[in-house]
Every structure is written in structure tokens, then in C-alpha cells.
Design a binder for this molecule. Structure first.
Ligand SMILES: [Zn+2]
Ligand SMILES: [Zn+2]
Length: 438
């Protein structure tokens, strides 16, 4: 019976409420508030409030008080509750089962092609688990599971670079982790020297976040050269609407743009001071050289090399394997970069824009400039196409070269560090604005 004497279909809840009112149990205040909120239906939000408002109510009235109590009384957080099981005498096997259940719920994925990329991603995760759900143990992908904040993460370590590796890995990921929501392709990429939308220079160590993907190695070869196919059905669709609005909000509002940039910098500083960070340091502005597009990375002496040819642009393998310093690429042929001359610490700038994807590594400044001009792309990468049609996908990449013949691996570590730091900042915003239903 309900308080007004009428039949109440929710008899169990009514009983719980009455017992709760009569109880004199000694318990912590915040915990009392949380249980009280659960049994007192008068304080529930109206039926027509919708799922988003209900989620927020549950978080504020139930989850948040319990989190505060855990922090105040036990000096721990909700993610570490399973660790408490160990101290309370639960066996390691039971803990493993709990973690495996959590892993099954992994709701966001990070795809990395290089070891240096996944190394940086794992270094910014708040916890790395040591278990995998059974289905994931049986598929051919290599995974690492863990969490960032309250969000479960699965990192996919690709067997190699390129779209094919990424596509087959993405299919296996979908089968073993059916709950993946957002897929982040994180690591290093080649950058266009200039972002025409924002009119800002792009320098090494900046970050590129994709708002679209253009495949540039799918097309036809003519006598005059290669022409990419531009039919809509041969190209990638726009990101799903929710993701599109989210990225637009981050890129076009000072509030969110600054929030992501600040969070990226703070994670990056902590990462660079950690043990992993020792191999990911900023190489220095004096090592950031953008050469004129017509100036090739080639052997400089005709006596020592018959392959390298400034007229045709031919480059020998020796030149490709040798640094600009060793080869004698001249500073007089570099383009002035005012931003690099500014004093003080260099903070990476986050650029939003379209990214070009191909299976071949872009090492030609002329082709780079042509594609930048034609498709308004700001970065060049090789993996995202493999995941794009399977998951809502965002590319988060640190610029480690200018996609020209002078590219080398010097900036890969720092590029991976900025990308991982930005991925963490981006994910925090996504979870706050989407997963909690706010
Ligand atoms: Zn040569
Ligand atoms: Zn060079």
C-alpha cells in the first residue's frame, strides 16, 4: 500500500523506503545520501525527463556521493575498489575475473601502428590491466587493456603500417570488443606546412585532429600522371553526426579548444618527466627544418652518386637513409618559420582538418603541395582508412615530418608523446559530453 492508502505496484520499493525511514543504522553521511536517493522515489526525476537527465541525476545523487565517501574515508577511488578485494582477502583469480569482465566493457579503442606510438599511449593511461577477455585472447590481434579516468580503453597494436593491417585488425577488434564506441588512431604523421583554414603554420610536434579523411592513392594512372578518384562512393563518408558536432565544437569554441589544449600540455609535461618520457623529448626548434618544395634531399656530389638527379628528382637509397646534416642539405634552402623563433617553451598547437590517407609514405614535397592545394588536407597518414568504415573514428597524430624527401625519424618520439597526450584530453571531453549523457 502507498502512503495515501492506494495500491502501489512498486511494493518492494515502498517497503525499502519504509524500512529506510525507520532505520537508525550508523553509516557514513555520503553513503546514507546515496542510498536515501535510491529509495526515495519522490526525489526522482519525472518520467518524461529522458535518459540524459536521468543519467545526470544518478551520477549526482548516487555515484558522486559514494565516490566522495570512498575518497574521504578510504583514500581510494571507485576504479580501485577491485584492488580493495585483494586486501579484503579475495584471491588473485577472483580479481582477474573482475578485470576480465571490465575489459569486456572496453568502450573506446586506440589503434597504433608503431611501438613508439603505443608506448606513449600506455604511458598516459591511468591503469594498464594484465588480463584480456577470452574472445580477445583467441583472435590474432595484440591488445592492451586499461583505463583512462573512468573509461575502459583497449589499445590495438597493429602488426605493421598501412590500411590493410588496420582494416583486418579493426574487424577482429569489433568481434572481440563489441562495445567499442569511439576509435582513435593515435601516433605520428606527416604534416602540411600550413593550415589554410586557420592561417597558421604547422610545425613539427603540432597535433592534427581529423575532421574528414581523403584517400589519395585510389585512382587512375594517365600519361600525365596519377589522378585520384573523386566519386563520392569511392571515398570515405563524413564522421557520424555526433562526432562531427563534437569536433566542430572543440575546434570552433575558445572554451573547448583551450580546455583540450591545456589538458594536452599538462599531460605532455607529466609524460616528458616520467621514465618513458626520457626517450620522447622535444628535439629542439633548431632541428625543425622546412625545406623549399623544390629543394630535394639528395647526394650533393655527382662524383659520389649517379642516381640522385636534381632535374628529375631521382633519389638513391643511400640518400634516403642519410640525415640532412650528413648529406649537407643547406640551411639557405629552408623556409622561415616565425613561430619557431619565438622565445619560451614551445607548446604544440592543435589543428583540426582533413587528413590524406594512402598506403605509400608521402615523401615528395611537390605531391604534398598538390594534394594540400586540391583537397585542403593538413596531414598524411596510412592507417585510419582501415578503421573509418567500421567505427566512428578520429585521427589524433603528432606531426613528425613535412611529408617530403627530407623526412627522418628524429621527431617520432616527441610526435607520439604529443599525440597520446592530446588523445587523453580529447577522450576526457568526449566522455564528459557524450558517455555521461550531459
Ligand atoms: Zn644519391
Ligand atoms: Zn635533407
Amino acid at each position: 500500500m502507498a502512503p495515501d492508502g492506494s495500491e502501489d505496484p512498486n511494493t518492494d520499493l515502498f517497503t525499502a523506503q519504509r524500512l529506510w525511514e525507520q532505520s537508525e543504522w550508523d553509516m557514513h553521511t555520503q553513503y546514507r545520501n546515496a542510498v536515501g536517493a535510491c529509495v526515495n522515489w519522490d526525489s526522482w526525476v519525472p518520467d518524461d525527463a529522458g535518459a540524459a537527465r536521468l543519467c545526470r541525476w544518478l551520477y549526482e545523487k548516487v555515484v558522486s556521493p559514494i565516490e566522495d565517501q570512498l575518497a574521504d574515508e578510504f583514500n581510494t577511488n571507485i576504479e580501485d575498489v577491485d584492488n580493495l578485494l585483494l586486501s579484503l582477502g579475495k584471491s588473485k583469480d577472483q580479481r582477474s575475473i573482475l578485470l576480465a569482465q571490465q575489459n569486456r566493457l572496453s568502450n573506446h579503442a586506440v589503434i597504433c601502428a608503431l611501438g613508439v606510438e603505443s608506448n606513449a599511449v600506455m604511458a598516459v593511461m591511468d591503469e594498464v590491466y594484465e588480463t584480456l577477455p577470452e574472445a580477445a585472447r583467441e583472435d590474432a590481434n595484440a591488445y592492451t587493456t586499461g583505463r583512462i579516468g573512468k573509461t575502459s580503453i583497449v589499445v590495438v597494436h597493429l602488426p605493421g603500417m598501412g590500411k590493410l593491417n588496420a582494416a583486418s585488425s579493426a574487424m577482429r577488434l569489433k568481434s572481440s570488443f563489441p562495445n567499442v564506441g569511439l576509435c582513435l588512431v593515435v601516433g605520428v604523421c606527416g604534416g602540411a606546412p600550413y593550415n589554410s583554414r586557420t592561417k597558421k603554420d604547422i610545425v613539427l610536434g603540432d597535433i592534427i585532429i581529423s575532421t574528414g579523411l581523403k584517400q589519395v592513392d585510389f585512382g587512375r594512372y594517365y600519361q600525365s600522371g596519377f589522378v585520384p578518384k573523386d566519386d563520392p562512393e569511392d571515398n570515405f563518408g563524413r564522421p557520424v553526426e555526433r562526432l562531427r558536432s563534437f569536433l566542430r565544437m572543440l575546434s570552433e569554441t575558445d572554451h573547448y579548444y583551450t580546455r583540450v589544449a591545456d589538458a594536452t600540455n599538462s599531460t605532455l609535461n607529466a609524460l616528458l618527466q616520467s621514465k618513458t618520457g626520457q626517450s620522447l623529448e622535444y628535439p629542439g626548434a633548431h632541428r625543425d627544418h622546412l625545406y623549399e618544395s623544390t629543394y630535394q634531399h639528395q647526394c650533393r656530389s655527382e662524383q659520389t652518386c649517379r642516381t640522385c638527379d636534381p632535374t628529375s628528382g631521382a633519389v638513391c637509397q643511400h640518400a634516403l637513409d642519410t640525415s640532412c646534416d650528413q648529406l649537407g642539405c643547406e640551411p639557405g634552402h629552408t623556409v622561415a618559420r616565425p613561430r619557431l623563433r619565438e622565445s619560451g617553451p614551445t607548446h604544440p598547437v592543435v589543428h583540426f582538418g582533413r587528413v590524406a590517407c594512402s598506403d605509400g609514405v608521402m615523401k615528395s614535397a611537390r605531391d604534398r603541395d598538390r594534394l594540400v592545394e586540391k583537397y585542403d588536407v593538413i596531414g598524411f597518414e596510412m592507417e585510419a582508412a582501415g578503421a573509418w568504415d567500421t567505427f566512428p573514428t578520429v585521427i589524433v597524430k603528432g606531426v613528425c615530418d613535412y611529408a617530403d624527401s627530407h623526412k627522418n625519424k628524429l621527431w617520432q618520439g616527441y610526435g607520439a608523446a604529443v599525440a597520446a597526450s592530446c588523445m587523453k584530453a580529447l577522450l576526457a571531453q568526449w566522455v564528459l559530453l557524450n558517455d555521461l549523457g550531459f
